[in-house]
Write a protein that binds this ligand. Structure first.
Ligand SMILES: [Zn+2]
Ligand SMILES: [Zn+2]
Ligand SMILES: [Zn+2]
Ligand SMILES: [Zn+2]
Length: 561
């Protein structure tokens, strides 16, 4: 089979915004021109626009994959529902919650079967430009269908966007936690790196439902695959002791005089259990309010928080609401948990770190105001976070606090919505995500290591000369080889900023002094930022005049004046 035999991943529909070009003159365009068009979209458009172009036809799909160069994919998708998170305390009947989405992986079976890493970044319509749901599509069911083919996938990340889910309100689509359990149950057996981050906003099941229906219990499904996992990052609405497959007598932690074969110290009960796993890093956020009613997970983790290297790193992050210390969950009481809060890291390897934060309810002080909008883009207070022990500097960018809390165990991304990998894999030479630190080495070996690695492990059908040629030709273009060492640094995630810092303190200083702290409100050196959270027309990419801004806002569906 050669690359031209890839079946079209989707049939063009009459109502689709993707044109059916197969019968038009464009089908006879020279490949060089198609490549130039795709390269332009790749460099100037969004990730979603680039992948939408690849669904045009077989030829565009093949050429586009050559430009993409790698076997990892990050897609951004929108979900919406008339069921709102704030209206639920527990998940009762999930069939009541109808979610619509525009999710469409739409790759050829061949590419899906070769994928090593998949990141699904999730937003909702209030923090997104125009949203066109695809009729009959269901996000989790579509993912499960893709998993059935993705039999080389090792890394899967399911991440709700940093802003707009847990703040400023719970007026966001209701997402049932049991669907997360379905998703984990369907993961390919090859997945060993897993991130699920709903910002804690998924609707959890009540304790009695969890007992009655273990298959819908996310902890139960993760526990089933726990022994094979190497990296786990979890920030969801519920965790309990079921997550960790440990014997019931683990709490009696009596060191024995025999030395642990891994750490060389007295063999603790945690030592032998940890040695039987493949786990290298586990990061779990304790959901809001759980310290007031469910300590079972925290207690199960205690023996592991005593282990020394080279045992894996165990990290738990507590979230405390100081305005309502007796808070029971993210929705009880209904006020935001971020009014006055802190988050603290407890770990066997990382130094303890605390970040604090609060909400500034005051309206922005300096005009111009963002125009009024039927979708209420930013008519909200500002959440300030202080990632250091001092009271300054403060920031509004949540990723800075996440990286502070998780330190070297953080999962990172190169750009907004870009590929996301466990950072530690970047330094493992046998990993598909290996990034050599020395650029000169790259210049001598223009084909990135992970592409060679991919071919060495790819099924015979995908190593056809035509398919390889499209990858290798793209790999020979070294115009952006300077991206190869980015994962070793802390990149600034402000749109269009290419700054990379050696440590989190420098990055924090850079963000505080070089970028606006309320980028979607007010102006920055005379340029007004777009009012939509999630839009990249902010900071120096903002608008010089009101007319220009309003023209852009109409593109978001704004109809005000
Ligand atoms: Zn549980
Ligand atoms: Zn040990
Ligand atoms: Zn920057
Ligand atoms: Zn915008």
């Amino acid at each position: 089979m050669d690359a031209s035999s890839i079946r079209p991943p989707i049939k063009a529909r009459r109502d689709s915004h993707i044109c059916d070009l197969r019968n038009s003159d464009m089908v006879s365009l020279p490949e060089e021109l198609i490549e130039a068009i795709l390269r332009y979209v790749q460099h100037t458009g969004s990730t979603a626009e680039f992948w939408a172009c690849l669904r045009t036809c077989q030829q565009w799909h093949r050429i586009g994959l050559g430009l993409h160069r790698a076997l990892d994919v990050a897609v951004c998708t929108t979900i919406e529902s008339t069921s709102r998170r704030m209206d639920f305390e527990f998940e009762l009947d999930r069939s009541d919650i109808k979610l619509v989405t525009d999710f469409e992986l739409g790759f050829s079976k061949l590419f899906t079967s070769m994928l090593r890493s998949l990141t699904v970044h999730i937003v909702h319509s209030r923090i997104k430009a125009l949203f066109r749901p695809v009729r009959g599509k269901n996000l989790i069911d579509s993912l499960i269908t893709s998993f059935a083919v993705a039999d080389q996938l090792t890394t899967f990340s399911f991440k709700f966007a940093d802003e707009g889910w847990d703040f400023p309100s719970m007026d966001v689509p209701a997402f049932p936690a049991s669907r997360l359990a379905d998703m984990v149950a369907a993961l390919p057996e090859t997945v060993v790196n897993l991130e699920i981050d709903t910002a804690g906003t998924d609707i959890t099941l009540s304790d009695s439902s969890l007992e009655k229906r273990p298959n819908r219990h996310l902890c139960h499904q993760i526990a089933n695959i726990f022994p094979r996992l190497e990296y786990l990052r979890l920030r969801v609405g519920h965790v309990c002791k079921t997550l960790m497959p440990v014997p019931p007598d683990m709490s009696r932690d009596n060191p024995t005089p025999t030395a642990c074969s891994l750490c060389g110290r007295d063999d603790r009960s945690g030592c032998s259990i940890a040695r039987s796993w493949n786990m290298r890093q586990i990061v779990v956020y304790i959901p809001w309010g759980f310290k007031n009613h469910d300590l079972s997970f925290t207690q199960t983790m205690q023996p592991f928080l005593l282990l020394h290297p080279p045992h894996p790193s165990f990290v738990i992050i507590h979230q405390d609401d100081w305005a309502y210390p007796s808070r029971m969950s993210i929705t009880s009481p209904t006020s935001s948990p971020y009014t006055n809060f802190s988050m603290t890291t407890h770990s066997n390897l990382l130094r303890p770190d605390t970040i604090t934060g609060y909400i500034n309810w005051l309206p922005p002080s300096s005009p111009p105001q963002p125009p009024s909008h039927p979708l209420k883009p930013t008519h909200s207070p500002t959440r300030y976070l202080t990632p250091t022990r001092q009271s300054t500097p403060r920031t509004t960018h949540p990723y800075l606090t996440t990286w502070t809390l998780e330190s070297s165990t953080r999962w990172t991304q190169l750009h907004h919505l870009g590929p996301r990998h466990p950072i530690a894999l970047a330094s493992t030479p046998t990993s598909p995500f290996h990034h050599p630190p020395d650029l000169h080495v790259l210049k001598d070996h223009p084909n990135p290591h992970h592409i060679h690695w991919a071919f060495a492990h790819a099924p015979a059908a995908s190593t056809s000369p035509a398919f390889q040629a499209s990858f290798l030709r793209a790999a020979d273009d070294d115009d952006d080889d300077d991206t190869q060492d980015e994962m070793l640094l802390y990149p600034c995630l402000f749109p269009a900023c290419r700054e990379r810092c050696e440590d989190i303190e420098h990055l924090l200083g850079h963000v505080v002094y070089r970028h606006p702290d309320r980028p979607h409100r007010g102006s920055w050196f005379g340029r007004v930022g777009c009012a939509f959270v999630g839009c990249d027309r902010i900071g120096s990419r903002g608008f010089g005049g009101r007319e220009e801004l309003e023209g852009h806002l109409r593109g978001h569906g704004w109809v005000g004046g």
